[in-house]
Design a protein around this ligand. Structure first.
Ligand code: HEC
Ligand code: HEC
Ligand code: HEC
Ligand code: HEC
Length: 157
């Protein structure tokens, strides 16, 4: 055969060999160990235990009740009942071991995220009780007057 045919042929063979070598080196040994079916076995068996060991950041409101029962009961009976504790206090991780305490954010921004008047017609966001931050007691912390664990207006002193 002529050189101009052989040269690209060798180049193509070298490329295929390179890809096969790279595949052998890079695909983890436990990939697809259950067979070749795309539907059930096209994954790395070790991924299951990897995810089991993945540290959970958010524990959910139910996990706070045993130690912070007053806040939990108050929140559950209020109009804030659908809000997760960790939405305002951040991820619990292994609290109270690590971190020993969680963030308390008393800034207006925490509340304005949901309560600043934003007219998004047709969205649930614009149906939340809204205030104009520039008009509604500017400069004062919302929690001076509103209880974050029970914001119900009829319960305000
Ligand atoms: C096993 C008991 C326990 C659990 C469960 C627990 N906490 Fe705590 N928490 C504590 C202790 C102890 C402290 C530190 C003492 C304190 O300030 O009350 C604390 C402190 C806090 C603080 C700061 C209080 C302050 O005055 O500085 C917040 C906020 C908090 N926890 C929120 C939560 C949330 C939200 C959850 C659920 C995701 C939770 N905690 C789950 C025991 C617990
Ligand atoms: C809407 C936001 C929000 C939610 C939801 C929320 N908190 Fe709070 N939390 C706050 C703010 C703000 C403060 C500080 C209040 C203050 O200083 O007057 C606070 C204070 C606290 C404190 C310390 C003071 C105290 O009352 O003991 C604890 C503990 C606490 N929260 C636990 C919880 C737990 C547990 C939940 C869920 C059951 C929860 N919080 C849900 C915003 C929130
Ligand atoms: C000086 C006390 C005070 C401060 C500070 C304050 N509020 Fe209020 N807020 C009130 C009172 C009183 C009402 C009920 C009467 C009214 O609507 O003005 C109210 C009403 C509301 C309502 C209900 C509005 C409606 O029409 O349903 C929301 C939501 C609200 N406040 C959110 C906030 C937020 C968010 C902050 C901080 C950015 C804040 N407030 C700061 C006293 C306060
Ligand atoms: C994640 C969104 C979210 C955050 C953050 C949030 N709220 Fe609310 N807030 C709500 C929802 C949802 C309601 C209930 C609306 C309903 O019942 O239709 C509500 C209701 C209220 C009401 C009206 C209660 C009534 O009786 O009319 C006040 C006042 C209020 N929140 C104050 C606050 C304050 C103060 C903060 C900050 C500490 C805060 N909220 C943070 C979502 C939020």
């Amino acid at each position: 055969m002529k050189n101009h045919v052989l040269r690209p042929l060798f180049a193509a063979m070298a490329l295929v060999a390179l890809i096969l070598t790279a595949r052998a080196l890079m695909v983890p040994s436990d990939f697809g160990v259950h067979g070749k079916s795309f539907t059930y076995n096209f994954y790395r068996a070790g991924a299951v235990s990897d995810w089991k060991n993945f540290p959970v950041s958010y524990k959910g409101g139910g996990s706070c009740v045993e130690c912070h029962d007053e806040n939990a009961e108050s929140l559950a009976a209020s109009r804030h009942q659908i809000i997760q504790c960790e939405n305002c206090h951040g991820p619990a991780r292994n609290h109270p071991e690590d971190p020993e305490t969680l963030t308390i954010n008393r800034s207006r921004d925490l509340c304005l995220r949901c309560h600043a008047d934003l007219p998004y017609p047709g969205s649930l966001r614009s149906e939340l009780p809204a205030i104009d931050p520039g008009e509604h007691n500017p400069g004062e912390a919302c929690v001076e007057c509103h209880n974050p664990h029970n914001p119900n207006l009829e319960d305000m002193e």
